[in-house]
Design a protein around this ligand. Sequence first.
Ligand SMILES: NC(=O)c1ccc[n+]([C@@H]2O[C@H](COP(=O)([O-])OP(=O)(O)OC[C@H]3O[C@@H](n4cnc5c(N)ncnc54)[C@H](O)[C@@H]3O)[C@@H](O)[C@H]2O)c1
Length: 446
Amino acid sequence: MYQDLLNKDKKISVIGLGYVGLPIALEFAKHFSVIGFDINDARVQMMKEGVDPSKELDSTAFENVDISFTSNSEDLADAHFHIIAVPTDINEHKVPNLSPLLSASKTLGKYIKEGDYVVYESTVYPGCTSEDCVPTLVGATQDRRLSVTTNGDIQKQLLNPGIDFKYGYSPERINPGDKEHTLTKILKIVSGNDQEAVDEISKVYGHIITAGIYKAPSIEVAEAAKVIENTQRDINIALMNELAMIFDKMNIDTSEVLKAAGTKWNFLKFYPGLVGGHCIGIDPYYLTHKAQKMGYSPQIILSGRRINDGMSAFVAKKMVQKLIQKGKNPQDCKVLIMGMTFKENVSDIRNSKVADVVRELKDYSINVHITDPRASATEVEHEYNLSMIEEVSDSYDAVIVAVAHEEYKNLDSSYYTKLMNEDAILFDLKGMYPKELFDNLDYWRL
Ligand SMILES: NC(=O)c1ccc[n+]([C@@H]2O[C@H](COP(=O)([O-])OP(=O)(O)OC[C@H]3O[C@@H](n4cnc5c(N)ncnc54)[C@H](O)[C@@H]3O)[C@@H](O)[C@H]2O)c1
């Protein structure tokens, strides 16, 4: 199968061309013939014109590649190795939303053939591939194998998973905004329904991944490994956030504490902050959902989630306390928020906890201005019903630097002094600046 791909007799399809799917599709397309499928036709049109709708890749990524972008699912019939990289978010009750994954599986089931391979890359809970995705896919294969009965009737048969087609799971570990750990430079975990599947899938990925392949002993191990990577980060950040809240009460600078503790060789380097986005703040719920279904009630994971989700309210309350301590009425105050994306150096605003900070401040009747050099004002309006200002004004009572964008790194105290009125407050949520820079301001960090 791998050899066929090299000879371009067979094609690779990538289903779901977002932050994860598009870079994979383009990387494979440097070596193989690729079909890039997405249900969002507007996004497909942009990609046809060499534009990444997620704004992570520049136009050169679309050069010298053998790829056809499509929103027509029938085109999937031409491919033999299929990769599914659709979103796995949660609903308002923090329960996994498998609709995109199941819908993509159903779509592919209509076109998959005997001998094909299917690899899921979306982040899921252990068991999801074999128990939810593959059965859904198989359920849609009724037209894929026809046989003639002894009395001449045509009989439709479902494909047999693991026999008629092979499948596997290979989690994606890219880190948007990170120009160092890029797709090919991250060791890839690969798993499959049997040894042949693991070996063949590894060969295909091995062709583009220079960092190496780790063959997991089962699909469930690979699924669990991915989901705990982000769960571990979430809990460690939650601990830092809890420490930040404790030390704030004690009037101790958490950054200094972490710097001092970090001199010990085995002290882990994590920092407090807002935890948003579509991975760290979401993936742990996939694990806790499955754990609860199995009758186990997770303690640490969910309390970490609660702490991290509560940080926006903590920051807003702290701001209001400080304004009041200065004799200011929050209703008369104007606060500038710098940074709206869920993390630094990306344009992605999904599940940004900065939006929660804004809402909390507005609930105190504070006049909030938002600016971000990377976020799209239209998307912010659409996603959060919040307007971004075109140009920052002056006379702010406080500024919150919420996201450590590169553009903010070299701003000095005079920049902030000009923005603010007398006796103003600077919240440096990510601890971007040395505190000593701001002797003339009321400087605070988590
Ligand atoms: N973004 C990351 O940094 C990252 C990192 C590691 C893992 N992941 C995981 O990878 C998966 C994909 O995430 P993403 O950030 O690329 O999502 P995304 O929202 O950027 O993109 C998903 C794409 O899938 C398309 N899509 C949705 N339903 C579809 C369907 N039924 N058929 C075809 N296309 C469909 C959407 O139109 C969109 O273009 C998720 O499980 C996520 O948790 C993401």
